[in-house]
Ligand binder design. Sequence first.
Ligand code: C2E
Ligand code: CA
Ligand code: CA
Length: 561
Amino acid sequence: MLQESFRLLFHGSPMPTALCDPESLRFLVVNDAAAALWGFSASALLAMTAFDITPEADWEDVRAFAQRDRESASNQRIGRHLRSDRSMIDVIVHSRAITFRDRQANLVTIIDVTEKQRAETRLAHLEHHDALTDLPNRALFRIRLDEALARLNCEQDELAILYLDLDQFKAINDTLGHRVGDALLRAVADRLRACLRPGDMLARFGGDEFAFLCGGLSGPDEASKLASLAADVVSRPYVIQGHSVEIGTSIGVAMAPGDGRDSDLLLKNADMALYRAKEEGRRACRFFEPEMDARAQARRRLEVDLRHALAASEFDLYYQPLVALQTGAITGFEALLRWRHPIRGMVPPAAFIGLAEETGLIVPLGEWALRQACAEAAKWPNHLKVAVNLSSVQFKSGNLIHSVLTALAHSGLPASRLELEITESILLVESEANLATLHRLRGLGVSVSTDDFGTGYSSLSYLRAFPFDKIKIDRSFVSELGNGGGSMAIVRAVAGLGSSLGVATTAEGVETSEQLAWLRAEGCTEMRGFYFSPPVPARKIAAMLKANETADPRFAPVRKH
Ligand code: C2E
Ligand code: CA
Ligand code: CA
């Protein structure tokens, strides 16, 4: 009776269980759960030993386990079993010595922990890897960097961090969508991975940032070689979901021990070198230099000064005339910011607009420029317009419509005399919201022009997205006009596009009478440039208008530059 219930319990148990001979490890009895676990029939198992379900590499472990079984009553082993289909499972094996039919036997139970183990391994992997590319993440990079720095012996041994940031990735992501963006990041990761030397590491720091860690270098040359290889492979064209895509990368390099022996400092220095590479334009590579640190500090000082400049009334607007190409008459002025710094003197916008955008200061500053420009324009004859530059950051602030309305109301300037200049970047980010803002602005009667046309990523689709009132052809095309190349064809195409769309075209940066004649012949409607006049302070406008009154057909410049 007892025997019978034991048999029932044994065979009916969901826990894989077997009885083994302690010497030969032959199976004496196995239950159904064990047969199912290993994938053999119970009768086949009775002709087998524990070795038959163990990978050969683990046989030594099994022998040692059996030996321990003879010495202690209960025993446990974590190991692997081989199923009949040759697949491997992770198991915990429990064994206990018992007496069975008057002889010694081991009662063995098996717990399948394969899934659990896999889940744990997966978790540990996720903690240190990037889900999109499966590359190590920043955390793992830091750990490996710390280890490598600790190993670094001061002799010839050097290590390098190469910090990569893709150029204009955001534009691709925003225009072609996140799916293409993600696929591009994976493709870039694959190509970079192929550049790895044994022992080196590649990580993704998030977004479009990657980093190499290379040890055992004998100097910067090897780092330099890796940088150009990486830049080269990344910049080869991609075809992603039917789109052909091109992208470049900027690279910043810091070396240890020269640029620091501490991971924080090295990463900061590599980042600073990358920042410089970015500043230099696309596809540049820069090694860290101590003066970069000095520059970064100078930038921080500039930022502090910039924060005070508005309250201290250090800003001013200069005005550059826009001239109709058919008549030579001034049609309006573009307002351009000037910063009169108490110590540095005149700081050009190129030196502070970017900083003002990064710090958000462009919002109050842009508001001030709008108010000031409208107030000034209200004093001019009624047919003259004023153009004001807007930054994409002002769109994000959500306050733009209100600022425009206030500036118009305070100055009494009719909306039709205000022209807002925007660049492509405005439609590249949050384009839905920004488009809605643009439509509302235009609904107020304000006109909207595209600044720096032709320099962006998707100029043509940008023209389709919004009914612009004016296209401003970037200075870079105008200045190249005499030098062959594609500039003539581009200017001609844009002028033609403008006239067929019924949109005015303004050529920027006209410096010579040859450029002027050419642009006129091509049918551009307006020009602006040093040839006619540089930007001037507001007080000089009246005299300029007076001189222009006779609207000289030769477009006599007010002042040559
Ligand atoms: P932009 O809107 O393309 O302005 C034209 C720039 O080209 C001005 O430089 C102007 O002085 C310069 N320029 C005009 N004619 C010629 C020429 O014939 N030859 C050459 N070489 N240059 C010429 P500026 O005043 O230094 O402004 C630079 C940029 O700063 C502007 O480019 C604009 O993007 C930005 N900016 C200026 N004022 C503001 C502002 O109030 N708000 C915002 N968001 N940006 C501004
Ligand atoms: Ca402009
Ligand atoms: Ca421009």
